[in-house]
Design a protein around this ligand. Structure first.
Ligand SMILES: Nc1ncnc2c1ncn2[C@@H]1O[C@H](COP(=O)(O)OP(=O)(O)OP(=O)(O)O)[C@@H](O)[C@H]1O
Ligand SMILES: [Mg+2]
Length: 602
């Protein structure tokens, strides 16, 4: 899997992206306004304590004004209490809003993922898409909760302190500000270094995710081919790089924060030295000197905070760029405009026609060439052909997982591009080569969330395909939990479940793709028996490798290298002595050799 997208860091600030990001704040305007008000109020209150100290030292203590001191004490307490309350308010509203925005964004991403066609998923590895929906969204959350809004607070604190200092004594203020160039230098150094190491850390995180995702899904292959040692060494290397990149960035942080404090200490020393002298000469009150020292301590924290927010901003720009790129991926399978076309009533078998269909997954490498055929309502048609001849592709096109490039496909005479993809797909039930089960129960996997399918219907479907043989032997029967990807069931059992699933959905068209290839002969006979029931009153398209299973189909289509070469009943095709005849001869020998193959079920 490539992690190149993760390597690009881009600009630290991009007005176009920022404008689009801010649109996510729009539904939460009142909350954002509240948070900004709280933060500004908090910054203002933070300015008060040093000034109150000055008043105590300069005014109330010399005047021995005990009631005045009491008032100041109450003020002091109220300021701190108010500042606490405002900080709480700001943290709460901003974090809440951040969570809601993340929720909105994740749902938007997931909805978009549902609408993207399989061609997109062929191109994009799972690990990368997972990163979009999780890590990248988290980075944006950080921007909203600790970035955008609290920068207001930092700026306010800084400007406020500067203004108060100048107002109290502009000469001493100049002394305090004399260290600012040093701060600028340190911050510049820190930003440029951290920017680089931040990028490196992100790149290695992406590699770790990609590596783990691939190796964990392929764990059985890893163990089977005893790749543990080598994989361990690979991962050791990646993980080591990740750690070193982190250590590097820790170093910059470890230097930066003390350095800023150190500059603060220089400023304090200068204030004591110069201001202390002026105070001794009576040119500055003692209270002002103390207040200056206190302000100078509060002055440097927002500066280091802001440098850190610079990183957040930068990460957020990179993440949002990737998220928006995903959201902007055009949806290839469009829903039709205008009114929905009239379809035959539910329950009636459908007619299907391919008219001069050509298709290529990769441009210039056609997989289907000028394929035309008709399946009448209720007809049972089989498609046979060598591996890679394009059989599964025909099904994918019919279900509109991919869009045809030439020609058209119709159901009941209506071009499938004029149908809403969702209602098109309700016409079909599929039994595929690899059955995908979700974590949940067996019954849940047959019903797939459609509560309209009753328990009795599930039961009937299970019995019809003889899946009850193995299900009833499970401790919890239909309520037995199924592990992720159906890992706890055998392939044949999964196949039986997918038959039951197809039947329970009572589709107008049944599509079988290599459906009986993973069960033993005994079960195959049971399924063939069940299939007769399932196929009754439905249009059926069956793809099979084993010709023995399709001999009594109404018609057999022979696909060869993407072209439809022969068509007819079993007997007619044998009489033609063409491709089908040759396939049949080969398999007949094969089957004869394999005849006594009876494995116990389940
Ligand atoms: N998602 C894809 N992207 C690119 N090429 C693909 C994709 N899926 C299939 N192909 C190619 O298209 C051709 C036809 O594949 P298809 O799956 O339709 O064959 P098939 O007849 O179903 O084979 P099998 O009998 O092995 O299931 C193959 O050459 C395959 O390599
Ligand atoms: Mg196939």
């Amino acid at each position: 899997m490539s992690s190149h997208e993760e390597d690009v860091l881009g600009k630290a600030y991009d007005a176009r992206l920022m404008r689009r990001l801010l649109t996510y704040l729009r539904p939460y305007r009142p909350q954002v306004a509240l948070a900004i008000a709280a933060i500004v109020g908090h910054s203002l209150l933070e300015l008060a304590p040093p000034y109150l100290t000055k008043l105590v030292i300069d005014r109330y203590i010399p005047a021995r004004d005990l009631s005045g001191l009491g008032t100041i004490a109450i003020f002091f307490f109220l300021t701190l209490a108010g500042s606490f309350a405002l900080e709480y308010l700001q943290t709460w509203t901003m974090q809440m809003t951040g969570q809601r925005i993340m929720f909105d964004l994740r749902m938007q991403l997931y909805r978009h993922l549902h609408r993207l066609d399989l061609r997109f998923y062929d191109r994009n590895p799972v690990g990368r898409l997972m990163t979009r929906v999780t890590t990248d969204v988290d980075v944006l959350n950080e921007l909203f909760t600790s970035g955008v809004v609290s920068v207001f607070g930092d700026v306010f604190t800084l400007v406020g302190i500067m203004a108060v200092l100048v107002w109290m004594d502009w000469r001493l203020a100049m002394v305090a500000f004399s260290v600012l160039p040093l701060i600028v230098l340190i911050t510049q150094w820190f930003r440029s270094r951290v920017r680089g190491s931040y990028r490196t850390v992100r790149t290695w995180i992406a590699r770790i995710n990609a590596y783990l995702q691939e190796r964990i899904t392929g764990m059985s292959t890893v163990q089977l081919f005893r790749r543990e040692q080598r994989d361990f060494a690979d991962f050791d290397e990646i993980d080591r790089q990740h750690r070193d990149a982190n250590v590097e960035s820790i170093f910059y942080y470890a230097v930066f924060y003390p350095a800023v404090e150190f500059v603060g200490a220089i400023a304090a020393s200068l204030i004591i030295w110069v201001g202390g002298g002026w105070s001794a000469q009576g040119a500055l009150t003692l209270g002002s000197l103390v207040a200056f020292l206190q302000y100078s301590q509060r002055f440097f924290r927002p500066i280091s905070d802001m440098s850190e927010k610079f990183n957040i901003l930068q990460g957020a720009m990179a993440s949002s760029e990737r998220i928006f790129a995903l959201l902007d991926t055009p949806v290839a399978i469009q829903e039709p405009h205008g009114s929905a076309p009239h379809l035959a009533p539910v329950g009636a078998p459908a007619a299907i026609a391919f008219e001069h269909v050509s298709f290529a997954y990769v441009e210039g490498e056609p997989v289907l060439k000028d394929v035309s055929f008709r399946v009448e309502p209720g007809q049972r048609v089989a498609i046979v052909g060598a591996t890679g001849s394009g059989k599964t592709t025909i099904v994918s096109l019919l279900l509109r997982f991919y869009e045809v490039q030439e020609g058209r496909i119709t159901v009941d005479g209506v071009d499938i591009r004029e149908m809403d993809p969702a209602s098109l797909r309700t016409l079909f039930a599929l039994v595929l080569q690899d059955v995908h089960l979700f974590s949940g129960t067996i019954a849940g996997n047959i019903r797939l969330g459609h509560e309209s399918i009753t328990d009795e219907a599930v039961r009937r479907a299970v019995e019809a395909v003889h899946a009850d043989n193995f299900i009833d032997r499970l401790p919890l029967g239909l309520q037995t939990p199924v592990a992720e990807r159906g890992a706890t069931l055998s392939v044949g059992q999964k196949q039986l479940l997918s038959f039951a699933r197809a039947l329970a959905f009572d589709p107008r068209v049944l599509i079988l793709d290599e459906a009986t290839s993973s069960v033993d002969t005994e079960t195959e006979l049971l399924i063939r028996d069940a299939l007769k029931v399932v196929m009754r009153g439905r249009t059926t398209i069956a793809i099979a490798h084993r010709l023995s299973t399709i001999q009594d189909m109404d018609r057999i289509l022979v696909l060869h290298k993407g072209q439809l070469r022969e068509s007819g009943t079993h007997q007619e095709l044998l009489a033609q002595r063409g491709i089908y005849h040759r396939l049949y001869q080969l398999q007949f020998k094969d089957d004869a050799a394999q005849a006594p193959r009876l494995h116990p079920v389940g």
